[in-house]
Design a protein around this ligand. Structure first.
Ligand code: 13P
Length: 253
């Protein structure tokens, strides 16, 4: 059975002290993770070790980096390598968020390299995909997302993709308060799974957790996560509020 996942993406928000307070508040707010559910906190690089230590011993709870560089090491001032993340015990890395694609010119080809280097270092990518509004308006989102998957992931082996995590985040729904309907999310998630199945077979496709991201909040999480191909969410704004994120965790199937 594939994992159901509530992933928080703090983006470039909060000081360390605010982040620690948020975790404390969250831990004291009733929430429950069953055997098949995970919570992942994608926090800024400087907080990874502290937040990881704070969450140590919590079952099914992990921290993730929000990015890593596509190169192994070298003269890339200001960058963070996959090997560095591995050396501090990180197991998950968010890759290809639309903000990175847009503001830092990350291409599908570069993301294929990032995915590879994560695997080389034993970490699981949380691979983001999703279309801008202009693509949705002309109803070509399926082929747009398919190209993102093909160009960044389809060189991988079935073994690497088994248990993989994909986040579908329509750009027009990120930080806008305009959520995709649960029907729109299900439609795209089913499409993504069918594209994966055509390439890798049903067993692999069925093992991949596909998260929805874009204005997920306590009030809509349960309905969106209730759809058969939606395996949880990647949450920005609402993950910065303990009560909201606790409720989102409780909305997992
Ligand atoms: P919001 O939840 O703030 O819309 O952000 C979604 C997102 O980008 C998560 O990665």
């Amino acid at each position: 059975m594939r994992k159901q996942i509530a992933a928080a993406n703090w983006k470039m928000n909060l000081t360390l002290q605010q982040g620690e307070t948020l975790i404390d508040e969250l831990l004291s707010t009733p929430h429950e993770l069953t055997e098949n559910q995970l919570a992942i906190f994608a926090v800024p690089f400087p907080y990874l070790i502290s937040i990881k230590n704070k969450l140590a011993g919590k079952k099914n709870v992990f921290v993730a980096a929000q990015n890593c560089n596509n190169k192994k090491s070298g003269a890339y001032t200001g960058e963070v390598s996959a090997e560095m993340l591995k050396s501090i015990g990180i197991q998950y890395v968010v890759l290809g968020h639309s903000e990175r694609r847009e503001y830092f010119s990350e291409s599908n080809a570069m993301l294929a390299e990032k995915v590879n280097i994560c695997f080389e270092n034993g970490m699981v990518p949380v691979f983001c995909c999703g279309e801008p509004l202009a693509i949705r308006e002309v109803d070509t989102q399926n082929s747009y997302v398919e190209t993102q998957l093909k160009e960044s992931l389809f060189h991988l082996t079935a073994e690497q993709l088994t248990g993989f995590i994909i986040a579908y985040e329509p750009i027009w729904a990120i930080g806008t308060g305009k959520t995709a309907t649960s029907g729109q999310a299900q439609e795209m998630h089913a499409h993504i799974r069918s594209v994966l199945a055509a390439q890798y077979g049903n067993t692999v496709a069925d093992s991949i957790s596909i998260l929805y991201g874009g204005s997920v909040k306590a009030s809509n999480a349960k309905e969106i996560f209730g759809k058969p191909d939606v395996d949880g969410g990647l949450v920005g704004g609402a993950s910065l509020i303990a009560a909201e994120f606790a409720a989102i965790i409780n909305g997992l199937k």
